[in-house]
Design a protein around this ligand. Structure first.
Ligand code: ATP
Ligand code: MG
Length: 269
């Protein structure tokens, strides 16, 4: 008999297992759960109220403060960030708040395997722009893990490395836009990826998440979550094109990044 069947979470030793792993094990026993929904019949999280809920059949009752139960949950926002813009920042912040991630690591890639046809901007510039864009958010950090690794930047290698460095008591949440999540989950390594982290799929204008993700989440129900992001139809491709054509990029990205682009004459050709 597990803690739910006994009538609450009192018996759970918070030090032993990360929250979602714990919830997963209860789901395996047929109770069902999704951390972002409040449906009856199991357990989940009210992110905005910072509480874990439990419903044993007699209605929802709040049991514990989230931080008392969960161990650390770290977000990972991977990207080329060429350049970083408000679409990235808003998606990362929405995921951070919804899943209480601390910190969110922005991981600029060195050589993205899926962008082989287009020469990405020197890593130094992309790294510094990412630092400039994230500096005012105390919950955001920038990781050099991919920049310092030779060769193409495969997400699976990064997750293996971060998994090993954070240890078993930290849950990793890979944040990705609607376009990228569908790519990630069609990879051959998908089973290993899902063993290393959870995925948060952020909505992105122009990409339909619901149908495909609905299909995928059925398969990976306990590992892939969705977060609604205020729609920002901004892309790095569009920003690069605008700079090249001499058009304004104001308000599409943080001002220090805009100034950096002009100072270093990026994206002119
Ligand atoms: P590019 O046009 O060069 O591909 P991009 O704007 O797609 O650039 P990336 O660095 O490729 O930016 O994206 C990194 C991550 O951020 C991806 O998971 C992507 O889906 C997500 N993302 C990018 N822009 C948005 C946006 N406007 N809304 C939500 N997610 C986004
Ligand atoms: Mg992209």
């Amino acid at each position: 008999m597990n803690a739910v069947a006994c009538g609450g979470l009192a018996e759970v030793n918070p030090g032993q297992r990360p929250l979602f792993s714990y919830l997963e094990s209860t789901e395996a026993e047929g109770r069902g759960f999704h951390p972002s929904d409040g449906a009856a019949g199991g357990m989940g999280v009210y992110p905005e109220r910072n509480k874990l809920w439990y419903n044993g059949g007699n209605g929802i009752r709040e049991v514990k403060k989230l931080q008392d139960v969960a161990l650390k949950r770290v977000g990972i926002m991977g990207g080329t960030f060429d350049p970083i813009h408000y679409g990235h920042l808003v998606a990362a912040e929405a995921a951070r708040v919804a899943f209480q991630l601390e910190p969110v690591l922005f991981v600029p890639n060195r050589l993205p395997p899926h962008k082989k046809d287009y020469p990405v901007t020197e890593a130094k510039h992309r790294y510094l722009m990412t630092v400039l864009a994230t500096i005012t958010n105390p919950h955001f950090e920038v990781s050099r893990v991919e920049l310092d690794r030779e060769g193409y930047s495969y997400t699976i290698d990064t997750l293996r490395e971060l998994r090993a460095s954070f240890g078993p008591n930290v849950e990793l949440y890979f944040i990705s836009g609607a376009d990228a999540i569908l790519d990630l989950l069609s990879w051959k390594d998908v089973d290993e990826l899902l063993g290393l982290c959870y995925f948060i799929a952020a909505t992105r204008p122009g990409y339909k998440l619901s149908v495909e993700l609905g299909h995928l989440t059925q398969r990976y129900a306990r590992k892939v979550f969705k977060v609604e992001v205020p729609a920002l139809a901004i892309s790095s491709t569009d920003i690069r094109r605008r700079v090249k054509e001499g058009k304004s990029i104001k308000y599409l990205l943080p001002e220090p990044v805009e100034n950096y682009i002009y100072k270093h004459k990026l994206y002119r050709t």
